[in-house]
Write a protein that binds this ligand. Structure first.
Ligand code: ATP
Length: 239
């Protein structure tokens, strides 16, 4: 259909000084979809997410909900409906699970939406519900990932960007993380997913991009990429 994508990048470039880490990336996240970015270490995946969030400056075209992102600050992007769960899950380790969530939604504090979001998080993440008053620093790796994701969701994003959500997690917890990703999409959140676990990512996603050396070298519906010989050889071969 002709609906404008939620996020659209057009020849998007990101550089560290003179070194370009992301080169002319054109990418769309349609409303209500899961889009994944695959690629080897150092391909520029984290850099790309950081620049979309406005943490790093970028050149080229970028629109979110139809409006150019331009020089909008990180704060403004959050208010517009973007949220990023970074690879380093920056939790407040000396605070409880519940207080971490409350901080994630601080812009909506005192509103009905805030209370509803908190209740929704306990439903979505029963493991966190059982640990409301536990200090974030004492959570397991999987629980930390869940808390970081739940905290990002407390701002009520339309687009949730996840950087390596399954990194370092046991297979059962990885399954749980992907269950939550699928459930989020059903609630209308669109997802841009960077993931080393290409198999799980391609199963969850609608569309995928392969990034190498900062450039998109392959893209297509996730179901097609699962059959692609190059993807199989490079990303799905072993395991
Ligand atoms: P990984 O899967 O290993 O996390 P990635 O695809 O996320 O990799 P990036 O972390 O985006 O890749 O890195 C892309 C390139 O930019 C790499 O060559 C990296 O060394 C370089 N880079 C990243 N951060 C900086 C920085 N702060 N200053 C200079 N170069 C950087």
């Amino acid at each position: 259909d002709g609906a404008a994508p939620l996020l659209a990048l057009e020849r998007f470039c990101v550089a560290y000084g003179r070194v370009e880490a992301v080169h002319e990336v054109s990418l769309n996240v349609p409303e209500g979809s899961i889009v994944t970015i695959l690629g080897p270490n150092g391909a520029g995946k984290t850099t790309l997410l950081s620049a979309i969030m406005g943490v790093l400056p970028a050149r080229g075209g970028a629109t979110f909900r139809g409006a150019p992102l331009g020089r909008r600050s990180v704060e403004e992007r959050v208010q517009d409906g973007m949220s990023l769960v970074a690879e380093k899950r920056e939790l407040f380790v000396t605070m409880s699970v519940e207080d971490n969530l409350r901080l994630g939604g601080f812009r909506r504090r005192g509103t009905a939406a805030f209370d509803e979001a908190l209740e929704a998080m306990w439903r979505l993440f029963p493991r966190l519900d059982e640990r409301r008053s536990q200090l974030a620093g004492t959570l397991s790796g999987g629980e930390r990932q869940m808390l970081a994701t739940a905290r990002a969701l407390m701002s009520g994003p339309r687009l949730l960007m996840l950087d390596e959500p399954s990194l370092g997690l046991a297979p059962l917890i990885v399954k749980e993380v992907f269950r939550i990703i699928a459930e989020l999409r059903r609630t209308g959140v669109s997802i841009l997913l960077v993931e080393q676990n290409a198999r799980a990512a391609l199963e969850a996603a609608d569309y995928a991009y392969v990034l190498e050396n900062g450039e998109v070298v392959l893209e297509g519906p996730a179901a097609d990429l699962r059959q692609d010989e190059r993807v199989i050889a490079t990303y799905l071969g072993i395991k």
